[in-house]
Design a protein around this ligand. Structure first.
Ligand code: C5P
Length: 233
């Protein structure tokens, strides 16, 4: 299975995004993530522009709606030529299967489709008292991951600490996309449970998503190369 480091392009404007990408030599094209902030600010043109520069793109828009709406929206995202897109597993299997149909291009190719299980910002108290889910968090995450796998999805977003368990339950070909990765001795910022790229690799992560440890480094190209060499060995 492909393994890679994905840089989170958490910038508010096209200008800052392109200025960041311009720091890389023309032959070096990291896999990047475009999330809600940049997408809502700049629209689909930013996806086309970054793609035209030769980058693979994880479009992190976390869709969650009725199956028909998600299917049609996914068809639009697939047309943008993203390489990876995501949705909330909480939309349940009918929505996930519809998303896959919408994503599949004439000829059968499609972006990877990844599910968000429970957001890491949702704590045990909110799970029980607000979402009325009595199962423990880990069981909920693994159950959502299994539903995603059974619906034909390619993987889940999860913490690097959960990656090994997801692989154990859902199979080694079910891929794990993990934020919360930090260099040894680096600033964890608002990420609470972190792993280094090397530890993430050992724990079964297929794609690590790193934002600030790369984008805010004075030498982001070196930071990216360090992440790749620690992760891919
Ligand atoms: O800057 P940092 O490395 O923390 O960026 C991590 C990226 O992964 C951000 O874009 C963040 O929104 C995203 N993410 C996360 N935790 C999740 C899901 C997504 O940090 N559970």
């Amino acid at each position: 299975m492909a393994k890679d480091v994905i840089i989170a392009l958490d910038f508010p404007t096209r200008e800052e995004t392109l200025a960041f990408l311009d720091r890389f030599p023309s032959g070096e094209k990291p896999f990047v993530k475009i999330g809600m902030e940049l997408y809502y600010a700049e629209g689909p043109s930013i996806v086309r522009e970054v793609k035209a520069r030769g980058h693979k793109i994880f479009l992190d828009l976390k869709l969650h709606d009725i199956p028909n709406t998600v299917k049609r929206a996914m068809a639009v995202l697939s047309g943008l030529d993203a390489d990876m897109v995501n949705l909330h597993a909480a939309g349940a299997s009918a929505m996930m299967k519809a998303a896959l149909e919408g994503l599949t291009r004439p000829g059968g190719a499609r972006p990877l489709l990844i599910a968000v299980t429970q957001l890491t910002s949702t704590g045990a108290a909110a799970l029980k008292d607000e979402l009325l889910i009595d199962a423990p968090m880990e069981e909920t995450v693994l159950s959502y991951a299994k539903n995603a796998a059974a619906s034909g999805l390619d993987g889940v977003v999860c913490s690097p600490l959960e990656a090994a368990l997801v692989k154990e339950r859902c199979g080694k070909n079910f891929c794990t996309v993990t934020p919360g990765v930090r260099f040894a001795g680096g600033d964890a910022g608002d990420q609470k449970r972190v792993m280094t790229p090397g530890q993430a690799a050992k724990n079964g992560c297929d794609y690590i998503v790193m934002g600030r440890p790369i984008t805010r480094d004075p030498d982001p190209v070196e930071a990216y190369r360090r992440a790749v060499s620690e992760f891919l060995g």
